[in-house]
Design a protein around this ligand. Structure first.
Ligand SMILES: CC(C)(COP(=O)(O)OP(=O)(O)OC[C@H]1O[C@@H](n2cnc3c(N)ncnc32)[C@H](O)[C@@H]1OP(=O)(O)O)[C@@H](O)C(=O)NCCC(=O)NCCS
Length: 309
């Protein structure tokens, strides 16, 4: 095989996007190739070590792997994206890209490689089960499935449960002194602090992504200037919803449903027919509040790198 595996520089990003458009076989992924590559190769690089590998022959890009090191645990390396051009599959290119990623991420200190989304910058929780060749390749190359994850799909067609009015619920909240409004860029520090103190998670990057990107946004609920909940969308991918959170003390008051449907209404207004509620979470809540259904299912894989060169 006269294919060479190289580290890709920023000048190759347009070629990576073109390749992903062709190589991601599911239309919902192909359509968002530009945002996916921006999230995994550009935005992620601000927060963690990122490994962009390409398979090239005669200057032509035939395959791409975007890898990274976990922000939470540097012993974990991640494969965030792997795609090979349709016309050169089953020639060992995927295998060569993965082997190089294993070698380099082990060199950066990773003892394990995960075929799992690396929050906060991820495009999938794991391998969508409909990418069956990828499932086969993962098993063949020594990866073990250890978890399953799923998204929920919310229909955004006119008249759908996701788009039902929030007016009555917002009036009830107002009677209790709770205001619901669109979040602005200036709300970011307070939102990030709320997420950290209430849930212990660092959602700064995801919230910043939602507030910065033209296809993103967020809504929040507050009482006397104190944030009680938020919901955001469009951070990692235009059609994806999340994250969201309601303060435990305010749960059951209807805040979550209102914030969720406000976001989904915004997403519908951008022309989307459906939204993906990513890496769920409380299934009954989304089913009730937005008529969402489980649709995309992902297998998550891992492989020990210890003992490799
Ligand atoms: C998954 C993918 C990257 C594999 O790339 P590839 O270059 O064709 O893979 P390789 O030729 O290195 O295959 C390695 C092994 O995986 C297995 N495999 C790969 N494709 C397979 C298929 N269609 N059916 C069965 N096994 C398959 C085989 O065991 C193969 O080894 P072998 O040919 O010696 O038997 C490619 O199919 C692809 O780009 N798919 C679309 C994007 C995708 O699914 N990305 C991952 C999800 S995010």
């Amino acid at each position: 095989m006269d294919v060479e595996i190289i580290e890709l520089g920023p000048d190759r990003l347009p070629a990576v996007v073109d390749l992903c458009r062709r190589a991601l076989d599911l239309p919902e992924d192909s359509a968002e190739a530009a945002a996916i590559v921006d999230t995994l190769a550009v935005r992620a690089a601000a927060d963690r070590p990122v490994l962009p590998l390409g398979a090239v022959r005669g200057g032509e890009l035939l395959g791409v792997l975007l890898g990274s090191v976990s922000q939470r645990d540097p012993r974990h390396g991640h494969v965030d994206l792997l795609a090979v051009a349709p016309e050169v599959r089953r020639q060992g290119i995927g295998r060569a890209l993965l082997a190089e990623a294993e070698r380099r991420l082990a060199g950066l200190g990773a003892g394990e490689l995960l075929l799992v989304g690396n929050p906060p910058h991820y495009a999938w929780p794991g391998i969508d089960v409909r990418y069956t060749p990828a499932v086969c390749a993962a098993l063949r190359l020594g990866y073990q499935q250890d978890r399953t994850a799923w998204n929920m799909t919310a229909d955004l067609a006119e008249g759908s449960a996701a788009l039902r009015s929030t007016e009555a619920a917002e009036r009830r909240l107002a009677d209790a002194g709770v205001t619901v409004r669109r979040a602005e860029r200036g709300d970011l520090p307070a939102l990030a602090a709320f997420a950290r103190t209430t849930f212990g998670g660092a959602w700064d990057s995801e919230l910043a992504g939602s507030l910065d990107r033209p296809e993103g946004g967020a809504h929040l609920a507050e009482r006397d200037g104190e944030i009680l909940g938020f919901a955001a969308y469009g951070s990692t991918r235009p059609s994806w919803f999340g994250p969201m959170g309601t303060a435990p003390a305010a749960e059951g008051s209807g805040i979550g449903g209102v914030l969720l449907r406000r976001c989904l209404r915004d997403q519908a207004a951008t022309g989307l027919n459906t939204a993906q509620i990513g890496w769920v979470g409380p299934v009954p809540f989304y089913a009730n509040a937005a008529g969402a259904r489980i649709e995309r299912v992902f297998f998550l894989y891992r492989k020990a790198l210890t003992g490799q060169e």
